[in-house]
Design a protein around this ligand. Sequence first.
Ligand SMILES: [Zn+2]
Length: 313
Amino acid sequence: MKRWMMLVTAIPLVAAACGGGDAGGSTVTFRAERPAFDGVRAFQDLETQVAFGPRIPGSPGHTEQLEWLETQLRALADTVFLDPFEHVTAEGDELALTNVIARFGPADGSRLLLLTHWDTRPKADQASGEADRELPVPGANDGASGTAILLELARMFNEQRPPGGVELLFTDGEDYGPSTADMFLGARHYVGGIGSENPPAYGILLDMVGDADPSFPIEAYSMEGAGQVVQRIWGIAADLGYRRFFPMDQTSRVVDEHIQFIDAGIPVADIIDFEYGPAHAFWHTPRDVPANTSAQTLFMVGDVVAEVVYRNR
Ligand SMILES: [Zn+2]
């Protein structure tokens, strides 16, 4: 989804802090006691979402997905609520949008926020062929992947309660566009509504987390605005043997939903794959399909996030 991105070779900001670990092998020093993350089931959820069709606000697929997501979560979480809101775009389109929130544990104490967007982009504006740019993005990676991981985590939290409160936020209108004036709408709405309510202590944003050829370098705004969260995520990824896929010696800078939270004083780190397909060729194109994503990648990211949650004592 992101509008601006650039790859930057960076100083290994957290490598020293995280210490230990191997060069990407499989030595696991410690693993929290918790259920395993089911990457195959998460992948099935990814396929289910893509089968609804594009999840563009106002489309049948958007309506179907919302009903499906709510039904799934109501069977799993302690509290589920829909937060509908409206937005008028720069071009005058009136959008009916809905954030979906599922909570585990008490809402009044400190809680961890896990978020992702569930909508998909109306037009494949990065496609190479002109005609293709009018097509919708299928959103296997950009929309369905993060949603699938959070849903599978909800099953894990239902099976074994996480230590402390956890809130899952599925944002709508993240990828509407075409410009950033009409993007990140669900995050803006959520942050704008926090007011005097007890805000989440910190958060993790998942975006484009299903690429079959994954790489999750540290995102620079996250490092600057949520450094401790970044250290925790990338340290645990290395600890679990995923250092090769969560490199600490590279970074990229991506405008994404986490900026809304960081600006509001809530540290949120973005786990995002900036390189989807050769030269990012699948991003915002009709090629964002399940065949270019994998259960293994969903497993790895789900495993890392689960470990962050269950080590959080
Ligand atoms: Zn997108």
